[in-house]
Design a protein around this ligand. Structure first.
Ligand SMILES: [Zn+2]
Length: 435
């Protein structure tokens, strides 16, 4: 897909966002998107040495394209390099978690349609205020490996016809410090009775305690390991992963986490997610939050967010009766091409999100007006220029250019740099021809 965001962002998960201005206040979906792009600069500020997302042009590319899907009034960029981090990037994590959610949901559907159940297990580990994030996360992952490889758990899986699993990792920062936990959906080939499920939870929980003890850690006897009937829980959970909390939510969680004097008060169970830390920092600029974000980034770097057990995907695919529907191919147009210098000006002034919102909602002319109003000139608006293309030669060039665009797989992958490069050249020539 084109660099940017999934075109069918789920409704209702980006409501109540900060940074809302004027008449846009009633359009949280758009503003949520704008804010995610704005937060790219917050990440760059906190992690100055990390690869900047959506800043550098792809190799060989000279122009950043704004691509618009007219049918759903949605714009995205192509020709810019993305960081691809599910852990620290507000834009990429949203895209990745949405893709994973769709894929996971689809596989769960296939499994359930075949008449089989799933069970959802949450593993947590006790943590202490002041303990480093890396220590707690590594401790959890190490214990998880021991848990699933342990003889007891292997026996339990066999007895209960549990044939595979998919697990997601998350870390939040809460009242007692770092709180990494793992959500696992286990695929069963037999429906367990409530009694069998209770027994399974009791035995797995006891084994989880034993594993943690052996590694010098511990978990709450009541909350260390929980099992519930599965349905769509993991997909729901992934759906929340790239979600931005509102500034009020983030600030409340931060206040609760940092108020040590109220140790006896009950606090928000979830704590602050990575996105929450980012929003809290953006709102307060407290160095302490930046330090936590850096610690989090370091601890999660290179870790897998979602892991399927070997063979599980094949097992599910073997049950698929009707093929997965192909994604709808849409007619995208490049409505604006932005030269490097102007692009970096847009980045510097935190306009990347706003440009997409304007381009998506208003289209070519609205984008041109907006950018010119911001003093950003010399961008190319191919479809607006068509009116002035009167001479046959330029029309030919125009046709050639847009034939290239339409011939390319715009609705599939990014418009690749090597495709956009010559295209930009021809287009520039056509501009030259007009003048
Ligand atoms: Zn990114």
């Amino acid at each position: 897909m084109i660099v940017g965001e999934p075109r069918q962002a789920p409704l209702g998960n980006t409501t109540k966002l900060v940074g809302v201005e004027g008449d846009e206040a009633h359009e949280p979906e758009f503003m949520g998107r704008k804010y995610r792009y704005d937060l790219l600069d917050t990440v760059a500020e906190i992690l100055p040495n990390a690869r900047r997302c959506m800043y550098c042009l792809k190799p060989e590319a000279e122009l950043v394209n704004v691509v618009r899907d007219d049918e759903i009034e949605y714009a995205s960029y192509s020709n810019v390099a993305v960081c691809g981090s599910v852990w620290v990037c507000p834009v990429c994590s949203h895209v990745i978690s949405e893709q994973r959610r769709e894929e996971t949901q689809d596989r769960l559907n296939v499994w359930h349609a075949a008449g089989f159940p799933t069970y959802h297990i949450i593993h947590t580990i006790q943590h202490h205020q002041g303990e480093s994030c890396k220590v707690v996360v590594d401790g959890l992952l190490d214990a998880m490996t021991r848990f699933w490889n342990g003889k007891v758990v292997r026996r339990l899986q066999e007895e209960n016809s549990l044939v595979g699993r998919v697990a997601a990792l998350e870390g939040t920062y809460g009242f007692n410090g770092w709180h990494p936990h793992r959500h696992t959906t286990v695929f069963g080939e037999k429906w367990l009775t409530d009694e069998e499920l209770n027994t399974l939870e009791r035995e797995m929980s006891a084994y989880w305690q034993a594993v943690l003890e052996r590694t010098g850690r511990y978990a709450s006897v009541d909350y260390g390991l929980k099992i519930v009937r599965g349905s769509d829980m993991l997909a729901d959970y992934l759906n929340k992963f790239g979600r931005l909390p509102s500034s009020e939510e983030a600030l409340r969680a931060w206040t609760e986490a940092s108020e040590l004097t109220k140790a006896n008060l009950k606090v928000s169970s979830s704590g602050l997610s990575m996105m929450g830390l980012l929003v809290a920092y953006d709102q307060t600029h407290e160095p302490e939050i930046a330090a936590l974000f850096r610690e989090y980034a370091e601890a999660f770097k290179g870790k897998k967010q979602l892991v399927w057990s070997p063979g599980m995907i094949d097992r599910i695919e073997a049950l698929r009766i009707t093929p997965r529907p192909e994604p709808v191919s849409r007619a995208n147009r490049i409505i604006c091409q932005i030269p490097r210098e102007q692009w970096h000006e847009i980045c510097k002034r935190r306009l990347r999100g706003k440009v997409l919102v304007v381009a998506g909602r208003g289209g070519d002319q609205a984008l041109k007006d907006y950018l010119q109003g911001e003093g950003i000139r010399d961008c190319y608006y191919p479809y607006l220029e068509i009116d002035v293309l009167e001479e046959g030669v330029t029309i030919d060039l125009y046709e050639y250019v847009w034939g290239e665009v339409r011939g390319g797989d715009l609705a599939g992958d990014d418009l690749a740099g090597d495709q956009a490069g010559p295209l930009a050249d021809v287009y520039q020539k056509s501009i030259f021809a007009i003048n």
